[in-house]
Design a protein around this ligand. Structure first.
Ligand SMILES: Nc1ncnc2c1ncn2[C@@H]1O[C@H](COP(=O)(O)OP(=O)(O)OP(=O)(O)O)[C@@H](O)[C@H]1O
Ligand code: SF4
Ligand SMILES: [Mg+2]
Length: 328
């Protein structure tokens, strides 16, 4: 989707991010992540795996319990309130509940005018023209005076996307930006996102739709119970390519999404002790190991690291990607 390459500058660098909600298990558990200028990083995983929480930790909408986030080289935890406000303009989020993030009392025009005032004060003198340009670019002409309740779902989503791109962010966390949209509106929203800042805006693109992620992203992360279990070039998320090894959980996601071309038989879910104490958190459902297998003791005692399988592709699994010491 983007012109990003390995020499592009780092927009975001996160190390060891973890967060536990009160009374719950760790929603995000030890995540490292780097995103480069213009790069589109897809994030997939089942419901409750921690995708939204990770997106919010990256922007410090939720402060992490442990770990650090550097945005354009600056540690977010060390910014003054004034610097934080300025930085916020360059880091935007499209919330999963996009329509609910619109204010029912404001018109479409007022939403966009407010965004210019807050995030582009240097352009306040031409806010009116800028809003008109934005309405045209997002095919919302004639909607300026309408309130959110007077818009279709697709139009509401376009307003949310327009509002998030108007500050010309360096990084946009887009949480399910195309969920529930029909095919033509979905294609529209994807197009608007991919043209953001001439391809220079970096994205964390969160979605359940593997085909959309494969099309949109440069690189895909797979999240399971708060951890990144696989990181691969988007092209590797191909259901027809049975030569490419994946984490057993990714296999299951691919099998569920593309039933006609892949089939993974899953064992009955096995009872387990607290999965976050030790061992691989996927072992209760894993089809690549059994309690009688030699690999089982490793799977149940040691959390696997993300190990390179090939260029740009890392997997956290003792069987699929044994660490050099296991393999020898
Ligand atoms: N405000 C909260 N208070 C307590 N627990 C929360 C809160 N928000 C999320 N969680 C829990 O944290 C875990 C991760 O939630 P999160 O919303 O990040 O998952 P997700 O991958 O985005 O799911 P979905 O695909 O359904 O959007 C879940 O177990 C969820 O119940
Ligand atoms: S480490 Fe073991 S339990 Fe975990 S995914 Fe790999 S084979 Fe399955
Ligand atoms: Mg979510």
């Amino acid at each position: 989707m983007s012109a990003q390459n390995a020499s592009s500058s780092l927009v975001l660098q996160a190390k060891g991010l973890s967060h536990r909600f009160p009374g719950g298990v760790a929603a995000v558990n030890g995540v490292d992540l780097e995103i480069r200028e213009g790069e589109v990083v897809g994030l997939v995983g089942e419901s409750g795996s921690g995708k939204t929480t990770l997106g919010k930790l990256l922007l410090h909408i939720i402060p992490p319990d442990t770990g650090r986030v550097a945005f354009e080289g600056q540690d977010l935890a060390e910014l003054s309130p004034r610097e934080r406000r300025r930085t916020r303009s360059r880091m935007q989020m499209i919330y999963q509940t996009a329509a609910a993030s619109l204010n029912p009392g404001l018109t479409v025009g007022q939403h966009l005018e407010e965004t210019v005032r807050l995030h582009r004060p240097e352009d306040a003198h031409r806010a009116d023209a800028l809003v008109d340009e934005t309405l045209t670019a997002f095919r919302l002409n004639g909607k300026r005076a309408l309130h959110p309740s007077q818009l279709s779902g697709g139009e509401q989503r376009r307003v949310v996307v327009a509002r998030s791109l108007l500050p010309r962010p360096s990084l946009l966390v887009a949480d399910e930006p195309t969920a529930g949209l029909d095919a033509s509106v979905k294609a529209d929203v994807i197009d608007l996102l991919r043209n953001a800042r001439g391809g220079r805006t970096a994205f964390l693109f969160i979605s359940h739709e593997l085909d959309v992620v494969r099309y949109v992203a440069d690189r895909v992360l797979v999240m399971y119970r708060g951890r990144i279990v696989e990181c691969m070039p988007a092209a590797a998320l191909d259901p027809r390519d049975t030569e490419v090894d994946h984490h057993p959980y990714t296999e299951r996601l691919l099998s569920a999404a593309f039933k006609a071309t892949r089939r993974v038989e899953s064992p009955m879910i096995r009872p387990t002790e607290d999965l976050f104490k030790a061992g691989c958190s996927y072992r209760a459902a894993c089809h690549r190991t059994e309690p009688d297998d030699p690999s089982w003791s490793r799977c149940s005692q040691h959390t696997p690291d993300l190990i390179p399988l090939r260029a740009g592709h890392r997997v956290s699994c003792h069987v699929v990607a044994p660490s050099p010491t296991e393999a020898s």
